[in-house]
Write a protein that binds this ligand. Structure first.
Ligand code: AMP
Ligand code: MG
Length: 440
């Protein structure tokens, strides 16, 4: 891990007023190691039943205790037979077999058919002994107790699912670090596994700073605004399935902020604040941060989200004493909170949760309009993407891109990511978009 000294020199390597987003992400990545690495196993592991495992991070590899499927079985409704019998009718393409009986899913055929026989078989039923191929029922002509079909159309082994084809006994079915998705729950159930070891959920304390902030339910006075960042942060944290700890609104004074930061550091793995890190506030906050931990103040070359503090805090009297937590001091502007959360904070939370890296999906889309963009910073504009008449993604911005315009986030369905070097975009250029929606 980078020491604070290396960290500072790393930051100093760049213009502190224009730390590229990629460099900021790299530094955060180095600091955000899985929490609990030095804890005893008990402290960071939990055993949970399948229904409670959704969206949790697996703490151990899950090794398959059985073959799935357990035995060879049919992939189709049809007739099972021995493919060797095809070769016995030299030259003749048409095969006639008598039907010896039936195999249903859960009710195997009780005997062993002869080479001149076949077994009526349904999908999922055990392939009878001696048989290796299934001819689908659509391909046969049935006449009484016999079937006729063109054997040339079938490869030996056709329409047979092999034992262990889905998951082989003794192989890891899911790896540690996996975030358990819908398909994984089904997969675990298919192995007969009722409980899995998952990591303790990351605890993330968050609060808003600002004398102008009012809570929902209070009356707005001139110059005051409702605190929306705590709600956005709460929701984004819930989506990552971390444990949110809401510490409310903190006034813009040193004593209140110090109290909040210490309390947050004591009870959480990560502390996220919003507001109070822009130019006017920086000196006051910076001094406080330095007394509580190793915090390098960043101005990231990104828009929205230029002011952003990142580092480590301690709850004790001196840095290095007591509990420690990673700290993200996000900007106050509501859109900047979301952009910095997704492009700076998210990956750190996942890594600290013990999750394997999950890069955000980036899609190329044609911009249907010119977009003004200054080279030398990464911009995360809000976009509305849709499939055009040719089946390609195209994207249009939501209009005014002020970092306080939260409605632009609700209206959008993607971020348009304009990288550091990129300048103005012409209509028809391809840009990167990151969709808001995931499937599973
Ligand atoms: P700051 O970074 O504290 O200078 O705040 C920048 C802008 O964001 C100001 O207009 C603040 O009023 C606004 N702001 C800060 N915190 C919040 C919040 N929690 N909810 C809504 N707006 C906020
Ligand atoms: Mg403020």
């Amino acid at each position: 891990m980078t020491t604070p000294k290396q960290f500072s020199s790393c930051v100093a390597h760049y213009d502190p007023n224009a730390l590229p987003v990629s460099a900021a992400q790299e530094i955060v990545r180095q600091w955000a190691v899985p929490r609990g690495r030095n804890d005893s196993d008990d402290a960071c592991l939990e055993r949970v039943s399948l229904f409670d495992a959704l969206d949790r991070v697996l703490a151990e590899d899950v090794v398959s205790p059985i073959d799935v499927p357990l035995h060879d079985n049919s992939a189709m409704d049809g007739y099972a037979f021995a493919s060797a019998s095809i070769g016995t009718r030299d030259g003749a393409s048409e095969l006639t077999l008598s039907v010896a009986g039936t195999a249903l899913a859960g009710q195997p055929f009780p005997g062993t058919p002869l080479a001149t026989q076949c077994v009526r078989i349904m999908t999922g039923a055990l392939i009878p002994p001696g048989c290796d191929t299934v001819v689908p029922q659509e391909l046969v002509t049935r006449e009484g107790d016999a079937i006729r079909f063109d054997a040339r159309t079938l490869e030996p082994g056709a329409n047979r699912r092999l034992a262990g084809e889905d998951l082989a006994c003794g192989e890891p079915a899911l790896r540690a670090g996996r975030i358990v998705r819908a398909s994984d729950l089904g997969l675990l159930a298919s192995l007969g596994i009722a409980q899995v070891a998952v990591r303790r959920r990351l605890r993330v304390a968050f609060f808003s700073t600002g004398d102008e902030l009012r809570s929902v339910g209070e009356t707005l006075t001139p110059g005051s605004v409702y605190d929306s960042n705590r709600y956005t942060l709460y929701a984004m944290l819930r989506r990552l399935n971390v444990e949110p700890v809401d510490l409310g609104i903190v006034r813009d004074d040193r004593a209140s902020l110090e109290k909040a930061l210490r309390a947050a550091t004591e009870q959480a793995d990560v502390v996220i604040s919003s507001g109070g890190v822009s130019v006017g506030d920086a000196d006051f906050t910076r001094e406080l941060m330095n007394s509580l931990g190793d915090v390098a103040f960043w101005k990231i070359a990104m828009r929205p989200g230029r002011p952003l503090a990142f580092g480590r805090l301690w709850s004790g009297p001196r840095p290095g004493d007591g509990e420690s937590a990673l700290f993200f001091g996000l900007p106050g502007n509501p859109v900047a909170v979301m952009a910095t959360f997704y492009f700076i904070v998210r990956e750190a939370l996942l890594a600290m949760s013990g999750a394997a890296r999950h890069a955000l999906p980036v899609i190329g889309a044609v911009s249907t309009q010119p977009i003004r963009k200054r080279a030398g910073r990464t911009e995360f504009q809000r976009g509305i993407a849709s499939l055009d008449a040719n089946g390609r993604w195209s994207v249009v911005t939501t209009g005014p891109q002020g970092s306080g315009v939260l409605s632009s986030m609700s209206e959008a369905n993607c971020f348009i990511v304009l990288t550091h070097e990129t300048g103005d975009i012409d209509a028809g250029d391809t840009v990167d978009i990151v969709p808001f929606d995931g499937l599973i």
